[in-house]
Every structure is written in C-alpha cells, then in structure tokens.
Design a protein around this ligand. Structure first.
Ligand SMILES: Cc1cc2nc3c(=O)[nH]c(=O)nc-3n(C[C@H](O)[C@H](O)[C@H](O)COP(=O)(O)O)c2cc1C
Length: 378
C-alpha cells in the first residue's frame, strides 16, 4: 500500500500507527510504516526521554509526534502552565471532585501512596501552554519527521516552526469544515477520523466522512482514520481517495503495548457495542470503553462533566490511580480505556509485526478480489 506520501516520508507502507507506547511506535516505523507517539499526556521531560530512546531504536527510519492543542478551551489566554493549572483548579466545583472520589471509593480503587511525588501531571499537555514545550522537544529530534495535532488547527507559529524545520505537519478532523480550515491554514496533510474511532471523536462515520474530506481538500493528502482493523477496511479507505491509513485502537492490545494485563483484558473482551462517546474523562466527547465511570457521568442528571480542560482535573486522580492499580478489585469499572468500535475485531494479542503483516496481506487479497469484480470483456 503505497502513495506519494510514502515517497515524501520514506515509508514502505502508507500505514500510520498512533500509540502512547514507544515500543509500538518503534516497531511500526521499523516495519516500514510510520509510528506516531502520542505525547499529549506527557511532560516535556518524559517526552525527551521517550524520543531519545526512539532515536536509538528506529535506526535510519523516522517517527511522528502527536500533540493536543485544542482550538477552544477554558483559560486559553493563560500562557504560563503553572498559573493555568492553579487558576483552573480553583474553578473545579467541590461537588465534581466529590462525585469522582465517591466513584473511586465505591469501586475499591486504592489511594495514591501518600508522599509519593512521582505522579502523572494533573493537567496533561492538552492546552497551548502545556503542549508548546512538547512541540519544542519534538523539534529537537531530527528523526521526528511529522507533527500532528488533535482537536483543532495548530496555531500559525507552530505550523511555521514545524514546516521551516523541513518536517510535515498535519491535524485530525471529524468534520469537513475542520478539514477545510486545516487546508486553509497551510497544513501538509489531514487525518480524517470517523466517529467510530477511539479517543476524541465526532459524529460522522468514516465511510461518509472520508470521501467528503478528500473532495474538500484535494490535492492535500488525507489519511483515513476510524474503524480500521483489517485489510478490507484499509482498502475501503484507499478507495475513498485516502493517501494512507491512520490507526489507533488496533495497537492497544499488541504484545509491545505497555498496558497492564487487566486493561488489555478489558480491551480483548469488548465487543463493538461496548464503546461510548463520553465527555466524562476530558470534557470533550471521546470514544472509550463504556463502564461505571462513563455511565455515572453521562446518565446522572444531577451532574454534568465540565468543559475541557476542567474535566481533566476532575478525572486526574481516577486516571492515575486506575492506571497504577489496573488489576485491583473493580478498578476497570472506573478506568479510562479509549477505544474505537473496531476493538470488537481484536480478540487476541498479536505482535506489531503480525498485525502489520496481516493488514497488508489482507489488503492485497481484498484488492485482488475487488479487481476481479469487473464484468468479463465481451
Ligand atoms: C487509546 C487511544 C488514545 C488516543 N489518544 C489520542 C491522542 O492523544 N491524540 C490524537 O491525536 N488521537 C488520539 N487517539 C485517536 C487516534 O489517533 C486515531 O485517530 C484513532 O484511534 C483512529 O480510530 P481507530 O481507533 O478506530 O483506529 C487515541 C486513540 C486511542 C485508541
């Protein structure tokens, strides 16, 4: 599966893999695709460590970095990360924190060990103030070949910094008008993610969104995302005019992914009906595995999730405690497990190499089958 984008990025396959796990990113890049590291939840120091490791792991290959700079969020005008966090924390109603704490208590999630400093940050990199240091770190690494932004068109100074360094910059979109805004801002490619995809997701399904985005931004390359877990789905994407596929959910259960066994078990047993678009984790609709946490926030009429990034603060303790104690008691009932509907197709642990081999051979088989559907020449 090859497109002009492969030539520009020196890839063997137009297969992009989003993952928070450096081992997955390295394995996909080394297999001839493009691994993209999700940096949105990291501090700049952690990202530096991860990218130093990747620089050694990918040899002559490259990789991508994904950041989250939302177009609109509470406290946008504040550029100092610490001041922003303090100000946002003061805005979180006590009732919201109490609601979250009660859910963790009811499901027996152990407390974070007292006095332990090493905790993931309350406010992830999902604001301009917290994402900018991540962009700067990514640009210090020559093997980082693309930067991708979620939740909006990146600011002009970020576009300029990335492009003038010789790299490509793209952004995700879930609607045609967002894709047009990305194109008008001068991005190099667009990732069109249908609503069935994992993580932040809109309402329009992939099969409807992809060709519309392709038509709206052509000749800009479009990567198709949302619901791709086998070669037939890849062919559908390429038939829609995509220049490649961008995948997320298929990597959460691979052998190389860092997830705890209990979290991987939740993913493996989920069907395509077990995901929901919920505002309960970040304040914007994100597709995750449905569980007691999402049900409580989405169904309890007495409380509404706060807008991003305030809900991040409300869910911070839940995220870090359920990650640390993933296998304890009933923790998975209140854990954040982003996944798209395609998770229902994933029922066993494979290596990245096996996934790539399977996808590409299924794609070739599907292509041959479809080519044979032409009427016989008379
Ligand atoms: C666990 C998980 C976390 C995600 N986090 C992000 C993120 O931080 N930034 C981003 O651009 N996309 C994120 N996404 C969305 C992926 O980049 C991708 O667009 C999506 O997974 C594609 O749909 P699929 O899940 O059906 O493959 C995430 C997806 C998953 C499954």
């Amino acid at each position: 599966m090859y497109s002009e984008l492969c030539e520009r990025l020196q890839l063997d396959h137009a297969l992009f893999a989003f993952s928070h796990c450096r081992d997955v990113v390295a394995a996909v890049s080394n297999g001839g695709g493009m691994g993209v590291l999700g940096a949105g939840w990291m501090s700049a120091e952690t990202l530096a460590t991860e990218l130093d490791w990747l620089d050694r792991a990918v040899g002559e290959r490259g990789y991508g970095v994904d950041v989250v700079i939302p177009q609109r969020y509470e406290g946008m005008e504040e550029s100092d990360p610490q001041a922003l966090e303090q100000r946002l924390k003061a805005q979180v109603p006590a009732a919201h924190q109490a609601f979250a704490d009660r859910l963790l208590r009811e499901h027996g999630v152990p407390e974070w060990p007292e006095g332990e400093q090493e905790a993931p940050p309350d406010l992830p990199g999902a604001t301009y103030a917290t994402a900018l240091p991540l962009v700067e770190e990514a640009l210090r690494h020559p093997k980082c070949r693309i930067l991708v932004n979620a939740l909006g068109t990146p600011p002009p100074e970020v576009i300029e910094a990335v492009q003038s360094s010789g790299r490509l910059i793209g952004a995700l979109c879930g609607r045609v008008k967002q894709a047009v805004a990305h194109a008008q801002a001068g991005l190099d490619f667009v990732v069109a993610q249908g609503g069935e995809g994992g993580g932040h997701a809109g309402e329009i399904s992939s099969i409807v969104l992809w060709p519309q985005v392709v038509d709206a931004v052509t000749p800009l390359p479009v990567l198709a995302a949302g619901g791709i877990g086998n070669g037939r789905q890849m062919l559908a994407a390429m038939a829609s005019g995509a220049a490649g596929v961008w995948t997320g959910s298929i990597w959460v259960t691979v052998a190389e992914a860092a997830g705890e066994p209990a979290q991987k078990a939740s993913y493996l047993k989920a069907t395509s009906e077990d995901t929901v678009r919920s505002r309960s984790w970040t304040g914007k609709t994100a597709r995750v595995l449905r569980n007691a946490w999402t049900e409580a926030w989405d169904k309890d009429a007495s409380i509404e999730p706060l807008p991003m990034p305030l809900q991040f603060l409300v869910s911070a303790d839940a995220r870090r405690r359920t990650e640390r104690y993933a296998g304890a008691g009933d923790t998975q009932a209140v854990a954040m497990n982003p996944a798209g509907q395609v998770i229902g197709q994933i029922n066993e642990i494979e290596s990245c190499r096996e996934v790539m081999y399977r996808l590409l051979s299924e794609y070739a088989e599907a292509l041959v089958r479809v080519s044979g559907l032409m009427p016989p020449e008379s």
